[in-house]
Write a protein that binds this ligand. Structure first.
Ligand code: SPD
Length: 275
């Protein structure tokens, strides 16, 4: 018998992956959290009916959301991850020997606990003494920590329900305020076809707050439209990262051509965003 998990993004768009079995299914204090073993993509985490990551294709998302700002900054020391309780971004950040501390500000402890259990392929980055988990809302933490972080990564779910605030002007102002002067942020910034207006608004905000924001994109087959974009937010040009060597360890997605090419946008969307 085949079981399909179907994610319905809009009344006019849905996508599905075939699953072998459900590994966990619970209503946490904040959300409906599921882990499934899929036919092709390894284990996957689903939040409120939305696929967050799979073992097979998460590397495109996690390598791109982390290495682009980390390489641009050069020798980052203090890093903040907003969300990211699955540990995928944390694993990439810890590859940098210059990093002294990585704070992960995640609301839901169950995301961390069940990810440790079901994403053993991440190799438990939480065991690294530089990693620190804060179970709390990121807004208050950002407010309390101006000018503290060389890199901030906003590794969130979609702008639905309680996560909607993480796509607001107010959030971006707090993120930029929490960066060091040459620091850089990268945020999960949705899909050019389905979220054009939201991305435009965020870009305009980022442009008011920093000198060199830019949108870039990665292919992730289990996300709607087959991929997702990120907003790079910084006074430091992202191109600086092209001159920085990759940290030790294996890259599965990013390489110099992908890094550069990710910022090339399809014409319809380039015009929308940059005019
Ligand atoms: N449309 C789904 C977007 C999910 C982005 N969040 C992924 C979290 C992985 N750490």
């Amino acid at each position: 018998m085949s079981i399909w998990f179907t994610e319905e993004l809009h009344p006019y768009y849905r996508k599905g992956i075939r699953i072998k079995r459900v590994l966990a299914d619970e209503q946490t204090q904040y959300q409906h959290l599921q882990f499934v073993e899929t036919e092709f993509f390894g284990n996957a985490m689903i939040l409120d009916g939305i696929i967050q990551l799979t073992e097979r294709d998460n590397m495109g998302y996690h390598e791109m959301i982390t290495h682009v700002p980390l390489l641009a900054v050069g020798k980052p020391k203090r890093v903040l991850i907003v969300g990211g309780g699955d540990g995928g971004s944390l694993k990439q950040v810890l590859r940098y020997p210059s990093v002294e501390q990585v704070l992960v500000c995640e609301l839901d402890q169950r995301v961390v606990d069940l990810s440790r259990e079901h994403f053993a392929s991440f190799g438990d980055p939480w065991a690294d003494p530089r990693a620190e988990l804060l179970i709390r809302d990121a807004f208050g933490f950002l407010e309390e920590n101006p000018g503290q972080f060389d890199v901030i990564i906003s590794d969130t779910t979609d702008p639905i329900g309680m996560a909607e605030r993480l796509f607001s002007d107010e959030f971006y102002k707090l993120v930029v305020r929490a960066l060091t002067p040459h620091g850089a942020a990268a945020t999960q910034c949705e899909q050019p076809y389905f979220d054009t207006q939201l991305i435009k608004t965020i870009y305009q905000t980022a442009k008011m707050l920093t000198k060199n924001p830019a949108y870039y994109y990665a292919n992730i087959p289990t996300y709607p439209g087959g991929g997702i974009g990120f907003m790079y937010v910084s006074n430091t040009p992202w191109e600086n990262g092209l001159k920085t060597p990759y940290p030790a360890g294996v890259n599965e997605y990013i390489n110099p051509d992908i890094h550069k090419g990710a910022f090339a946008l399809p014409e319809f969307f380039r015009k929308e965003l940059y005019g």
